[in-house]
Write a protein that binds this ligand. Structure first.
Ligand code: FAD
Length: 452
C-alpha cells in the first residue's frame, strides 16, 4: 500500500500540497488546528483562508513574475488557481478573489477527494518518522514553533520579518552610487567592494528626514506585538527619535570615499548590500520600515542614485514565523537534519498567497514522487517556481535572509541589450523561457493530472 503523506496546516500551501500529492495517487492527511485553535488573523475553519487582502496580484503571465507563477500553477492543475479563477472578481489586470466562496470551495474539493482526509487538531511536535510537510504559515502555533526552534536553533527561526526594501541592481544610477565596503574592509577585492553607496548632502538629508516623518505608516494589527523593537527599529522611528539618529546609524557617512566627487564629504550615506548570488538584487541596509508602499517608493527615490530605482520588494515589519531556509533546507525543501520532513509555504521564507501556494504545489509533488519511488528534482531556476525555491534554499544570503516575493531579479538573467526601453522584450524572454522549462519539468511526472 502507498505510504501516507501527512501535511501540517491546511492554508494556501498545505491545501495545494495535498491536492497535488493526492492527484498523484498518494493518500494524504491534512492536520489543521482551526477552528479549535485559532490565530489572530484567521476568522473561519475553512482551509486556504485568505487572511487579509483578497488579491492574487497581477495575472499578466508575459510581463509579470507573479502572473507567471499563476500560469505555472494552472499548467500543473493547481487547486488554488482553479478555484481562484472560479471565484474571480473584476480587478483590472489583477486577480481578485471572492474570499469566502473561494476557501469553502477549496475545502469542499479536498474533503471530497477520495485520497484526502482532514484531521482536526494542533500538532505540537516534530514528527520522528513517516513523510511530512510542515506548512503552518506565518502564524505557526507556539508549541510547534518551539519544537521547530529546538531542532533548528532559536536564531534560525524568526518570529518577525524586518524587511528592508530590495532594488534591482540594473536600476541603480552608477554615475552617483559607487562600490565600496566601509574602511575598505575585506580580504578580497569582492569583499572590499561588497556595498553600493549613495551619498547625500545636507539639504537632501534634511528633506529626506522631513519626508520620512511625514510619510503614511501602516499600523500594527491587534495581536501583533512590537517585540521587534530592540534589534531593528524602522527608519521612520529612528527619525522620530532625532533628526541625526539615522546619520549615526544606517546612514553614517564614515569610512567611505565617493570616487565621483573625492573632495566632497557626504553628509550621510545610504548603503546597499548584495541580496542574491546572481548579484541582480540589492537590499538597502538597515532600512526596514512600516511606511505604506506608495510612500516608500516616493521617499526612497529621494536617495541620490535611486531616483529611478525599481523595487523587487518593498520594506515591512510583520508578525511572521519563518525559517532560515538557506541553511536549514536542501534544494528539495527537506529539513537537512530530518529529511523525512519538508517545509512549504510562507514558513520557508517566501511571502504572499501565490508564492506560498506555489511552494505547496512543489513540496506536494516532490514528496509524492519520493513516496512513489520515482523522485523528481526541483524545477530549474529559469521557471518562476524554480527561481523562488532556488533563492530560498541557497541563492539568498543566509545571514540577512528575509522573506521574498517572486520577481524577475531571482531569475538567471536573459541576455538582451537595450536597457529600460527594452524591458517588455526582456520580460517576455523571461516568461517564454520559463514556460518552456516548466512544461519540460512537468513532463517528468508520469502521473499528476487533475482528478476532476
Ligand atoms: C496578518 C497577516 C496579513 C497578511 N496579508 C496578506 C495579504 O494581504 N496578501 C498576501 O498575499 N499574503 C498575506 N499574508 C501572508 C499570508 O499569510 C500568506 O501569504 C499565506 O496565507 C501563507 O500561506 P501558508 O499556507 O504558508 O500559511 P497559512 O495560509 O497561514 O496556513 C497555515 C495553516 O496552518 C495552520 N496551523 C498553524 N499551526 C498549526 C499546528 N501546529 N497544527 C496544525 N495546524 C496549524 C493554521 O491554522 C493555518 O490554517 C498575511 C499574513 C498575515 C499574518
Amino acid at each position: 500500500m502507498t505510504q501516507t503523506l501527512h501535511i501540517i496546516g491546511g492554508g494556501m500551501a498545505g491545501a495545494e500540497a495535498a491536492w497535488q500529492a493526492a492527484n498523484m495517487g498518494v493518500p494524504v492527511v491534512i492536520h489543521e488546528m482551526r477552528p479549535a485553535v485559532g490565530t489572530f488573523a484567521h476568522r473561519t475553519g475553512s482551509l486556504a483562508e485568505m487572511v487579509c487582502s483578497n488579491s492574487f496580484r497581477s495575472d499578466d503571465d508575459e510581463q509579470n513574475a507573479v502572473g507567471l507563477l499563476h500560469w505555472e500553477m494552472r499548467a500543473a492543475n493547481g487547486l488554488i488557481m482553479q478555484t481562484a479563477d472560479q471565484h474571480a472578481l473584476p480587478a483590472g489586470g489583477a486577480l481578485a478573489v471572492d474570499r469566502d466562496p473561494f476557501a469553502e470551495t477549496v475545502t469542499a474539493r479536498l474533503r471530497a477527494h477520495p485520497l484526502v482526509r482532514v484531521e482536526p487538531g494542533e500538532i505540537a511536535e516534530l514528527p520522528d518518522s513517516g513523510h511530512w510537510i510542515i506548512a503552518t504559515g506565518p502564524l505557526t502555533s507556539g508549541a510547534l514553533a518551539d519544537a521547530i526552534a529546538a531542532e533548528t536553533g532559536r536564531e534560525a527561526l524568526a518570529f518577525f520579518d524586518a524587511i528592508a526594501p530590495i532594488v534591482h541592481f540594473d536600476s541603480v544610477d552608477l554615475s552617483k552610487a559607487w562600490f565600496q565596503s566601509r574602511y575598505d574592509k575585506g580580504e578580497t577585492e569582492e569583499q572590499r567592494t561588497a556595498y553600493l553607496n549613495c551619498p547625500m548632502d545636507r539639504d537632501t538629508y534634511e528633506a529626506f528626514i522631513d519626508a520620512l516623518l511625514a510619510a503614511h505608516k501602516a499600523e500594527f494589527k491587534p495581536g501583533e506585538t512590537a517585540g521587534y523593537f530592540d534589534g531593528c527599529l524602522p527608519i521612520e522611528v529612528m527619525a522620530e527619535r532625532g533628526r541625526e539618529t539615522l546619520r549615526h546609524g544606517p546612514m553614517k557617512p564614515v569610512g567611505l570615499t565617493n570616487p565621483h566627487q573625492p573632495d566632497v564629504k557626504a553628509h550621510a550615506i545610504v548603503q546597499l548590500r548584495r541580496d542574491n548570488a546572481l548579484g541582480t538584487l540589492y537590499n538597502i541596509v538597515g532600512f526596514q520600515t512600516k511606511m505604506k508602499y506608495g510612500a516608500q517608493t516616493e521617499v526612497l527615490r529621494m536617495i541620490p542614485g535611486l531616483e529611478n530605482a525599481r523595487f523587487a520588494r518593498l520594506g515591512g515589519i510583520h508578525r511572521n514565523t519563518f525559517l532560515n531556509s538557506p541553511t536549514l533546507l536542501d534544494g528539495e525543501m527537506r529539513l537537512r537534519s530530518r529529511p523525512h520532513v519538508r517545509f512549504a509555504g510562507q514558513i520557508t521564507g517566501v511571502e504572499g498567497y501565490v508564492e506560498s501556494a506555489a511552494m505547496g504545489l512543489l513540496a506536494g509533488r516532490l514528496a509524492a514522487s519520493e513516496i512513489l519511488g520515482r523522485p523528481v528534482s526541483a524545477p530549474p531556476p529559469e521557471t518562476a517556481t524554480g527561481a523562488l525555491v532556488t533563492h530560498i534554499t541557497g541563492g539568498a544570503e543566509a545571514k540577512t535572509f528575509q522573506p521574498m516575493n517572486v520577481n524577475f531579479g531571482l531569475f538567471p538573467p536573459v541576455d538582451l541589450k537595450g536597457g529600460r526601453r527594452n524591458r517588455p522584450a526582456r520580460y517576455k524572454a523571461y516568461t517564454d523561457r520559463a514556460k518552456a522549462a516548466w512544461q519540460d519539468w512537468l513532463g517528468h511526472f508520469t502521473v499528476g493530472k487533475a482528478a476532476e
